[in-house]
Design a protein around this ligand. Structure first.
Ligand SMILES: Cc1cc2nc3c(=O)[nH]c(=O)nc-3n(C[C@H](O)[C@H](O)[C@H](O)COP(=O)(O)OP(=O)(O)OC[C@H]3O[C@@H](n4cnc5c(N)ncnc54)[C@H](O)[C@@H]3O)c2cc1C
Length: 484
């Protein structure tokens, strides 16, 4: 078996792993970082940016969100069922982390809201291409990788952490496997696990959460995120946590293009398969809340309905709710695209000349649905006596053809697995730290309680970066304590 030595081994190079590796190297320690994939970044390569509170960018934009305000919001939202010290430290560090990233050459486009009712905490990365949008954060990852390399961090690509070596209760090494199956032993004094959860492990997701991919759940499955970190930590005695998903509503099936997504991700009539309304659709923009509501319906399914008049309005005059993710003002192209989706056999999108036909196609109880539409149209003329939806979002369903699309729960990934304290030390069921073992990022993220916190957007990438930094810094302090 080949061997190497380092002070710290960081297992994985997503945003939490890179932050941990840079922080430990900045403290003067030698670092080897393992990365299973051919490149760094993990899920963050698909995202747009992290949370920051009280940053200079927010101050310049007059959109400042203080740590105190965010902390109060957060703890009320979670009913104090989460680690308050960890939340506070993460929030307090977040402005410094944005500045730390800027010092590495990361540029931010602006501090944005996710939807009007959320706070402007989402620091959208300015990508090399110049145009902000999905995948913008890949440029942040590039700058972090350059910084890590400049500090002497040795990144071993296509090399996965496989086991921890624990002697006399302390971490003394990591066994890794190359893509050819060769084993490599790295002697070290501290290890940081940052493997991003297990969103790609359908079996484990089903076992821990009950969701079945491609049946009642259509989340992201980033290759390689299969739960290695959680397994490795448990093998050396770490306590496990409850598992949650970073839920968001999801459209399923082939050829769901941006114009189709833009037209249906709007606050229009949403029914379940029983034909009844079950949600105040003005909150559809909060993807986690919408997914929670859909989650408890029959077949975990919600059906969004629009008519020809709404569609035309969206194509010609623009959609009601714009999102940074789609970055579109209107649904231009909808007519052509929906024909392609339907003709290709996508079973989740429908067009019909009558409401009866639409209900049959979508498998919605027809009689109840027709009554629901009548009542909804009456609300559009009066007010929404059922859920109190705001008036300007009440658009009647009257003009043929009619369109519908099915929504299901989906997720950006898993949350939790490895129990840590607020020093990012991995702890046993007795709450004793395992000396030399740290973890960060989504492997450890249980701070949202039961539902992801979209009201302070950028939260998971923010959590990954800040807890990664904390883990790297605290591992460095631990190493210093060994020589005292
Ligand atoms: C489409 C999409 C958009 C998103 N947008 C945002 C956003 O704008 N803002 C936000 O806050 N959050 C966003 N998120 C969530 C955010 O990207 C993640 O929360 C964040 O990347 C988690 O960081 P991490 O370091 O914990 O794990 P990851 O980024 O998932 O990285 C984990 C890394 O571990 C590696 N790995 C796994 N096992 C091993 C092993 N055994 N050995 C070595 N390496 C291993 C993987 O290859 C990967 O590189 C988005 C997620 C998705 C899917």
């Amino acid at each position: 078996m080949n061997t190497k030595q380092a002070d710290v081994v960081v297992i994985a190079c997503g945003p939490s792993g890179l932050a941990a590796a840079i922080a430990a190297a900045e403290s003067g320690f030698s670092v080897i970082a393992l990365e299973k994939a051919m490149n760094t970044g993990g899920a963050a390569n698909m995202g747009m940016g992290p949370l920051g509170l009280n940053t200079t960018i927010q101050t310049q934009e007059l959109s400042n969100v203080t740590v105190d305000k965010a902390f109060k919001m957060f703890m009320e939202y979670t009913h104090w069922r989460v680690d308050a010290n960890l939340v506070k430290q993460y929030f307090e560090k977040s402005a410094d982390t944005i500045a730390w990233l800027q010092d590495m050459g990361v540029e931010f486009f602006k501090a944005s809201r996710y939807f009007p009712g959320s706070e402007a905490t989402w620091h959208i990365v300015k990508p090399e291409s110049g145009k902000p949008g999905p995948r913008a954060a890949a440029t942040m990852i590039k700058r972090m990788t350059e910084r890590a390399t400049a500090l002497g961090v040795q990144i071993l690509f296509e090399t996965a952490g496989d086991h921890l070596v624990c002697e006399n209760g302390k971490i003394t090494g990591v066994i890794a496997k190359t893509k050819d199956g060769e084993e490599l032993k790295i002697d070290c004094k501290a290890a940081v696990i940052c493997t991003g959860g297990f969103g790609a492990n359908a079996e484990l997701v089903h076992e821990k959460t009950g969701y079945t991919y491609d049946k009642d759940f259509f989340g992201f499955r980033i290759p390689g995120l299969v739960g290695d970190g959680m397994r490795m930590a448990q093998e050396v005695g770490a306590a496990s946590t409850d598992i949650n998903m970073e839920l968001a509503v999801s459209m399923a099936g082939e050829h769901m293009t941006d114009p189709i997504r833009a037209a249906f991700n709007q606050p229009n009539l949403l029914v379940n398969l029983e034909g009844e309304r079950f949600y105040n659709e003005e909150l559809f923009e909060n993807s986690t809340f919408a997914a929670n509501a859909i989650n408890i319906q029959k077949a975990r399914c919600g059906v969004m309905v629009i008519d020809e008049a709404i569609k035309r309005h969206y194509v010609k005059h623009g959609i009601d709710v714009r999102s940074m993710v789609l970055n579109r003002e209107n649904a231009e192209g909808f007519d052509e695209d929906i024909e392609v989706a339907i003709n290709s056999g996508n079973p989740y999108v429908y067009k019909a000349d009558t409401l009866e036909e639409l209900a049959e196609m979508a498998g919605v109880k027809k009689d109840v649905f027709l009554k629901t539409v009548d009542m909804y149209n009456y609300y559009c003329e009066t007010y929404d006596a059922q859920f109190g939806k705001r008036q300007d979002y009440l658009k009647p369903i009257v003009k043929a053809p009619f369109y519908a699309a099915k929504f299901f729960p989906g997720a950006y990934g898993t949350l939790g697995g490895i129990k840590v304290n607020h020093y990012m030390e991995v702890i046993t069921p007795e709450f004793e730290p395992i000396p030399g073992l740290y973890a960060a990022g989504t492997d450890t993220c249980t701070i949202y309680g039961d539902s992801y916190m979209f009201l302070l957007p950028g939260n998971t990438m923010g959590y990954a970066l800040n807890t990664g930094r904390m883990a790297g810094e605290n591992a460095a302090e631990y190493l210093k304590s060994l020589t005292r």
